[in-house]
Design a protein around this ligand. Sequence first.
Ligand SMILES: [Zn+2]
Length: 488
Amino acid sequence: MKRNLIISIILFASLLYGQNIDFNKYFTDKTMRIDYFHIGDAKSELVTIDQIYQYGIWAGSLKNLIDNFNNGAYYYKIYDAASGKLIFSKGFDSYFKEYQTSDEASKGIKRTYQESAIIPYPLNKIRFVLEKRDKQNELKEVFSTVIDPADLYIHKDMVKDKDVKVYKQHYSGDPHKKVDVVILAEGYTAKEKQKFEKDLKRFTNLFLSQQPYKSNKDKFNIYGVYKPSMESGCDEPGANLYRNTVLNSTYYSLGSERYLLTEDNKTMRDLAANVPYDAIYIMVNNSRYGGGGIYNFYCTFISDNQYSDYIFLHEFGHSFGGLADEYYTSDVAYNDFYPAGLEPVEPNITRLLDKDNLKWKNLITPGIAIPTPWEKEKYDELDLAWQKNRREMNIKIAEMKRNKMPRKEIDDAQNEYNRIEKEHSGVIDKYLQSCKDYGKVGAFEGAGYSSKGMYRSMLDCIMFSKGSKPFCKVCADHLEKVIEHYTD
Ligand SMILES: [Zn+2]
């Protein structure tokens, strides 16, 4: 009787904590990359397998194979085909999902995006399942197929590119037990190799000086991968500027002038595969403000803007941590990014639908009111005026570039823009610091592109406003958990 009870408890516990998958039973220490196409418009989507690759070692944890963060709009799940057991999963966001919220997509214009699922190499047949959140945020299958790891058509010929140089910028040990971050060179010509080396060093040092990365230094490996681009910089369609670069990155992604992304997933994956990696940075050799980050996909930042440091840390918060934007006054490319009445999955914003079960309730400052009243009206006034000004200045500068105005005039206009931008940031920082509950954890209205009905945990955070500043306590706490997931 007692034995049966113990067995029942063990069975129950293993149901609850079913994530302890024996790596060696299901996988070998190599990587499988499943490339697929994601096709559709606002209402439809179709997935087709492109090509499958085998390469390198497995960079991720040998222990934490199931992703329990329940973050991201999508999940890919790997089941052992014979037993039906879930043996690997990962939440992520996609460029395709962002396209689905654009005006073009809502007009029924279909587009194709390229994505990859990166998994440890299975020993036996697997079922590869793609799931997407429905209107209630529940994950529902959108695609499923069986993959045989012994398939003769799996590519095993990923040879090293002779033009590629790999840098072990910060190495602390076995990739299975570290977060492996790769910084890819984009828009650095052969002549700019030394600049890449300098930039790589600068940003690696910055990374390791920001919490919570700083106190987890020995849990990270940071690599640089350099491949020369034919031309310097990247595309800027609004200014009629096009550059021949390795990763084809571009401003004006989804029509937003500072949204810097690449659609060239395959080339990016090939370049990144020169090292074992868990997370990808694309370092774009440019000075114009821009960046982007998509959860468990990649992030971009520019090397030489006065806000490069901020963009570098902010975008990785998206791509590595799955953190949401906490700001709400800027222009974005999306319509209804977070549906009304539904709690977002990201850990750092909330609709406060269940006040007593706030996601960050263990971090709340004792005695603080929920929601937390704050001096919002004046902030909105200050920031909206700047957003309008910024839009106008940007349009003017892009126009000057299109009209091929003298370099000096463009530079002067850009410098003036930078000056006003910096001045505005200073005003905002001071204003937030002067608010009554600055530094406290509560639920402050205004977050996730919504001025009303969406809340963030602290008045300021590097996911909220520009500048040299820490992550809020909720973001930092979540990042710690993600680091743990990869390094445990
Ligand atoms: Zn935050």
